[in-house]
Design a protein around this ligand. Structure first.
Ligand code: SF4
Length: 202
């Protein structure tokens, strides 16, 4: 299969996923905002990070966020580590509608792929994403599992692996490693899902 045909398939998937997103009276960009704030880690729940992720201006991102706040889907919270910064979080109302998000059809389709090939597929997509972002001068998002800034050691008590972010110099909880991050830098291939738990990062 040639490169153009693969690129067109990726584009078609993206179009299908966003064109369907009109339920609950929300626009595709508002749905994108809800999905983003549902997946972003605590370093990335800001209007500017959402603007970078969605490839839009800060003004457009702020407008989307204001609208979602006004409709009760997003709320502002002070950061525990830095009381001056404010993070956006999903409300219970937002979590409830995300359970019926049509994007889940895409997730279910990915679920049908053979387990053994998923890492390879994810790594190929991540690599393409990184190349496009580099050419266009925009940040790539990813999670801790394949980030160059992830640090870990085997020295914690009760044989629990401990992790830290080398970029922010902050410890990371195991459940935080899955969140998407604006500070991500691709450093290693994506491991099979769940393989970080109880194993040392490479
Ligand atoms: S390790 Fe990487 S992806 Fe994880 S929080 Fe740090 S910069 Fe973000």
């Amino acid at each position: 299969m040639d490169s153009r045909a693969i690129a067109e398939l990726v584009l078609q998937l993206g179009r299908m996923a966003s064109a369907e997103a009109h339920g609950e009276g929300l626009t595709p960009v508002q749905w994108a905002g809800l999905r983003y704030f549902g997946r972003a880690n605590r370093f990335s729940r800001t209007p500017s990070a959402f603007a970078a992720f969605h490839g839009t201006t800060r003004g457009t991102a702020s407008q989307t966020i204001k609208n979602l706040e006004a409709r009760g889907y997003l709320a502002r919270m002070r950061s525990e580590s830095d009381r001056r910064s404010v993070h956006l979080v999903l409300t219970e109302k937002a979590k409830a509608i995300l359970e019926n998000d049509l994007f889940e059809t895409l997730v279910r389709a990915v679920d049908t792929l053979p387990l053994g090939g998923r890492s390879q597929f994810a790594n190929a997509l991540q690599r393409v994403l990184g190349q496009v972002a580099l050419e266009r001068g925009i940040p790539t998002f990813g999670n801790c599992a394949s980030c160059t800034h992830l640090e870990g050691d085997d020295c914690s008590r009760e044989r629990q692996q401990s992790y830290a972010c080398g970029f922010s110099s902050e410890p990371l909880l195991l459940e935080e490693l899955d969140g998407i991050c604006i500070n991500f830098v691709q450093g290693k291939p994506l491991p099979e899902r769940g393989s970080l738990i109880g194993t040392a990062p490479q």
